[in-house]
Design a protein around this ligand. Sequence first.
Ligand SMILES: NC(=O)c1ccc[n+]([C@@H]2O[C@H](COP(=O)([O-])OP(=O)(O)OC[C@H]3O[C@@H](n4cnc5c(N)ncnc54)[C@H](O)[C@@H]3O)[C@@H](O)[C@H]2O)c1
Length: 415
Amino acid sequence: MKIAVVGLGYVGLPLAVAFAEAEHEVVGIDVDPARVDSLNAGRSHVEDVPDSALEPLAGRLRASVDYGDLSSCDAVVICVPTPLTSSREPDLTYLRAAGESVGEVIRAGHLVVLESTSYPGTTREQLLPALERSGLVAGEDFHLAFSPERIDPGRTDYTLRTTPKLVGGLTVACIERARELYELICDDVVVLSTLEAAELAKLLENVFRSVHIAFVNELAQLCDRLGIDVWEVIDAAATKPFGFMRFDPGPGMGGHCLPVDPFYLAYKAREHEFYPEFIELAGKVNQAQPAFCAELIERALNGAGKPVRGSRVLLLGVSYKAGVGDTRESPGLKIARLLRERGGEVSFHDPHVPELPELDLSSTDLETGLAAADAAAIVTAHPEFDYERIVAAAPLVVDFRGVTRHIDAANLIRL
Ligand SMILES: NC(=O)c1ccc[n+]([C@@H]2O[C@H](COP(=O)([O-])OP(=O)(O)OC[C@H]3O[C@@H](n4cnc5c(N)ncnc54)[C@H](O)[C@@H]3O)[C@@H](O)[C@H]2O)c1
């Protein structure tokens, strides 16, 4: 098959690589010419796709800025961003633009699949009309489906191949075409009866995580008041072999998905005069967590007789999760801003993030940074960190990830 992937980011590039590795001809379309040039030169910008994975695919996978290149393809998979506007409403600008561009070159017989996360109804209400501007009719002249991406960046135990792939379509024939497409690269394709059920299933997964993370973050705040070790409590509850699922507290939620996607569903619900309280409450609790963590640093410094103003705080890890360099919506950035507002001198060390232009900072050398800091805060539990060494080298360590539970030291404070 000849397959086009529109949007070559965290989702689109691994997908394009998977189709090419399965011996299909793939063209990746992106509006970012620098990204396209670097991919065509064999350089990947996605950590899960090393340059060495691109090299053997040189003849089968190429990137392009020209939507005209997808007219000769059998299937088009759209993976463009779906962020929030500044007023936290769905921003479908990228999706509409991609839909219109595909609509200009679509031809009879195409299969178009949307993978971007969005509220139920997006494929039918937003993408379908853009594609039908071509004069072709969805479900008759071309097939239309939705298949959410469930990728967890940095994860190696579940891959694109081994994670079941959900597929919903406009018609039964659309579903069958999409199933055939994904069976090329996935072991298990799960079919849903409608586009909307597939769209909502993805949001359910993300809201589920957001609500449970909020619940344990709130529990961590309560444990702080009660003087109880939240990690000991969660470890104990997790020994129950049934009826409990472990979630860990932390400095707050980050990434492109959990802080964003639930609000797509809340927006859609409001259109139907329905106000989903779990989503809003979880968002509120999780968004307040970085402020609570900044306060813990402030309290730790105060305990050492130091005000935040003028104190040097080293953040260990600024990406939103361990093992990746993605800083989108990262709580580390919020903690850094809050400390700066109070006069703190913030630096960071992150083996996955060399620069933070939004804070005008570069990753500092770990040993130098620890030696200079008044306090070090473990924000992201990167596998590269040696916590014994960190606790031994810093005058004060605040751990938001529970990774120092095995260490007993007077200079250590945990969430
Ligand atoms: N990152 C994740 O872990 C993850 C996981 C599951 C689902 N998703 C969803 O997948 C979608 C894509 O997310 P991502 O993280 O890959 O985004 P990303 O920002 O990493 O990549 C998106 C790419 O699309 C390109 N693009 C933007 N507008 C375009 C257009 N009109 N035509 C062609 N290319 C265009 C951008 O230049 C960029 O390269 C989002 O809806 C997101 O919610 C992301």
